[in-house]
Write a protein that binds this ligand. Sequence first.
Ligand code: GRF
Length: 188
Amino acid sequence: MTKIALFASGNGSNAQAIIDAIERKELHAQVALIVCDRQEAYVKKRAEASGIEVFSFEAKSFNGKDQYEKLILEKLREKEVEWLILAGYMRLIGTVLLTEFENKIVNIHPSLLPAFPGKDAVGQAMDYGVKVMGVTVHYVDAGMDTGPIIAQQAFSVKEQMNLDHIQKQIHRIEHQLYPKTLQKLFKY
Ligand code: GRF
């Protein structure tokens, strides 16, 4: 069984979709830890409901990324975590974790990369007026949403779709694409 850690900063609906897929035995993995950098994040409630341990930290109480990532790394080693799965984690991964988990860190991003990396990808895409949007699962490197692409799924933006419709559609796609893609990755 592949041991994973989920990294999330907010609502955690993607983390939940992964937990649910494991429960349904569609994804053969075990969530050994949830790493969260926001005190009030809803994902912590989800973790509690599923009996998953949370490692919570506040970046500003540390002297830089290396320092808090070393602490995260200790915890990941203790739990024998093999893959880091970013699901709405709002920080760049630094050298400490990138070195230890080379090619074993994955992220999901709500755009068809390389278009619209960074924050508010959906807003950026809407402002641009694109007619096709989508979701990307990719390996993580030191850049902002720049690692090699693993999977993508697109959809057409209909005339009548507002931000709310688009966000719902993105989430629907993410919640099935992410577990499905991870299952393929973990088989190798
Ligand atoms: C998702 O849209 C994901 O693509 C992006 O952050 C969002 C997280 O949503 N990286 P949630 O917290 O999983 O609901």
